[in-house]
Design a binder for this molecule. Structure first.
Ligand SMILES: NC(=O)c1ccc[n+]([C@@H]2O[C@H](COP(=O)([O-])OP(=O)(O)OC[C@H]3O[C@@H](n4cnc5c(N)ncnc54)[C@H](OP(=O)(O)O)[C@@H]3O)[C@@H](O)[C@H]2O)c1
Length: 496
């Protein structure tokens, strides 16, 4: 299918636009999803010419270009309009350019607005799109926005109100780029297409669930933003809870957006809302400290550029969620996310209960584990028990592995590209919906409040570890342990 559409990108001179948006549009163009009938208006305050803008677009897609001719035609669809989003008069210029391009490229009144800008501008932009009659209702009109969606339930609600005054929920596409990843989308396939898993997917057979979003990098040049957010808001509120809801939801009657979202929301609502005391007990935080790892010296978080020297922002968060429903009562969902950890990796471990046979010694060490790898490799593995080769009858873990490096699979689309295409199709399944974001904030606000009340020093952790000791104690208290411990591998080799 080839789409007819006019894109308007607010924040066209920024980092997100050139790192993600232009390359994704180019990939869709190469695949024929976009052809003659599309145009892009890029807008930001800087005074750029169309030609200069096209050069920037070409640079951002340099690695993907296989034909200069093709790339030049693609770039010719891009137009730049200098514009301050707070200035109503500028929307008039934008509207006129849009009308001209809609005619020239026959885009049938279809419009997509991508807001690659700070969220405090979203309301103003949406209101002006309406008041300055850029929205006409002639074709589909959709707005795509990035995280963060608010900083608390209160600010998220305000943000949502300002958007829904202009757009309906089915026109709003809130990006959570993890939801564009192949294996996240496959979680439901692994669950529901395999009788052997779905029949065991409950508290009679599952002991605990572990979700890890680990990053090896620090805050890099985004310290200014990160210091206002922290791991809890930056990762747990959105990506981690999205994944958790996919694991925990009931099987939707029909596999479409409405049914899937309804089940995810139900799962999120079944998560226990902690009191302040419970939140303090069940969630821990940490900050990476100046340390050496793998023979290299690293600055601590508080020494990073644009981070306050007395910052109390956490670069690591771990905790336990409990779900109050028949399927999950008694099964802890442990989550953790942090920066400067041992290695980059997003994975889910479903840890099954030890078997009942008295023939072997069975305990949590020998549990079956289904691991879903999300990045940097994708796939899944199943840890089972087999007989140790040789004399005797000892059992040992055997891992059945299906895992590949997505980067080597040329045909595996990048998360953003997939999400862009979904938005063009009007399919919001892999986007975050307001009811999900709202519930996630309710859960997170309590943890944040508990931490804000607590003036004790923020636990520090050394670069290259998997977070502070408290994150291990959290599981040990329940007789559990983290199943993925790359730090052990490093420690055994004297690297930590
Ligand atoms: N970068 C990422 O990988 C990433 C990842 C996740 C989420 N996000 C989110 O995406 C959004 C954009 O991030 P970014 O990294 O691209 O930020 P950025 O590089 O700072 O870009 C911001 C853009 O907004 C424009 N802008 C600022 N004030 C403006 C105004 N008054 N009127 C018109 N344009 C204005 C800037 O251009 P001018 O200065 O020319 O006006 C620039 O194009 C943020 O909300 C961020 O949290 C980014």
């Amino acid at each position: 299918m080839t789409y007819q559409v006019l894109f308007t990108i607010f924040g066209a001179t920024g980092d997100l636009a050139s790192r993600k948006l232009y390359p994704s549009l180019f990939r869709l163009y190469k695949k024929g999803e976009l052809a003659e009938n599309f145009a892009v208006i890029g807008t930001a305050r800087r005074e750029w010419t169309h030609d200069y803008y096209r050069e920037v677009v070409l640079q951002s897609i340099a690695e993907l270009i296989t034909s200069d001719h093709e790339a030049a035609i693609f770039a010719s669809h891009f137009y730049y309009q200098s514009h301050d989003v707070g200035d109503a008069a500028h929307y008039e210029t934008l509207r006129r350019l849009g009308e001209t391009l809609a005619k020239q490229y026959q885009t049938q009144g279809n419009q997509m607005f991508f807001l690659a800008m700070a969220p405090h501008f979203f309301g103003t932009i949406a209101e002006h799109l309406k008041s300055e009659k850029i929205l006409t209702g002639a074709g589909f009109e959709r707005i795509v926005i990035e995280k963060p969606f608010g900083e608390s339930l209160e600010t998220a609600t305000k943000l949502n109100d300002s958007l829904t005054r202009v757009f309906s929920e089915d026109q709003i596409f809130r990006i959570d780029h993890y939801l564009g990843k192949e294996m996240i989308q496959s979680v439901s396939a692994v669950r529901f297409a395999n009788q052997m898993f779905e029949s065991l997917w409950n508290n009679r057979h599952i002991d605990n669930v572990q979700i890890t979003f680990a990053e090896a990098l620090g805050v890099e040049d985004r310290g200014g933003y990160y210091d206002t957010a922290g791991a809890l808001k930056d990762m747990i509120q959105n990506h981690v809870l999205q994944v958790l809801s996919l694991i925990a939801m009931e099987e939707p009657e029909v596999f479409d957006e409405a049914h899937i979202v309804a089940q995810k929301v139900k799962a999120l609502k079944a998560i226990k809302t902690y009191t302040l005391d419970e939140a303090r007990e069940n969630f821990v935080r940490g900050q990476y400290a100046a340390s050496s790892f793998n023979h290299k010296e690293f600055a601590g978080y508080k020494e990073e550029p644009l981070v306050a020297a007395d910052s109390r922002t956490e670069t690591f968060a771990a905790g336990k969620f409990e779900i109050d429903n028949a399927r999950w009562a008694g099964v802890p969902f442990y989550v953790r996310s942090g920066k400067r950890l041992t290695e980059k990796g997003t994975r889910i471990n479903i840890v099954f209960k030890p078997g009942g046979s008295s023939l072997f010694e069975q305990n949590l060490e020998t549990a079956n584990i289904l691991t879903i790898y999300i990045q940097p490799t994708e796939g899944f593995s199943l840890t089972m028990n087999g007989k140790k080769l040789g004399q005797g009858f000892e059992i040992e873990p055997v891992v059945l592995m299906y895992r590949h490096d997505s980067a080597y699979l040329g045909n595996s689309p990048e998360a953003y590209e997939k999400l862009f295409l979904d938005a063009l199709k009007g399919d919001g399944t892999n986007f975050s919906h307001w009811e999900e974001a709202k519930r996630a904030w309710e859960l997170i606000d309590v943890i944040r409040a508990a931490w804000d009340e607590d003036a004790s020093p923020i636990p520090q952790y050394a670069v290259g570890t998997m977070g502070p000791r408290a994150a291990h104690e959290l599981l040990a208290r329940d007789g559990h342990f983290w199943r993925w411990t790359p730090d052990v591998w490093y420690r055994e080799r004297g690297l930590l």
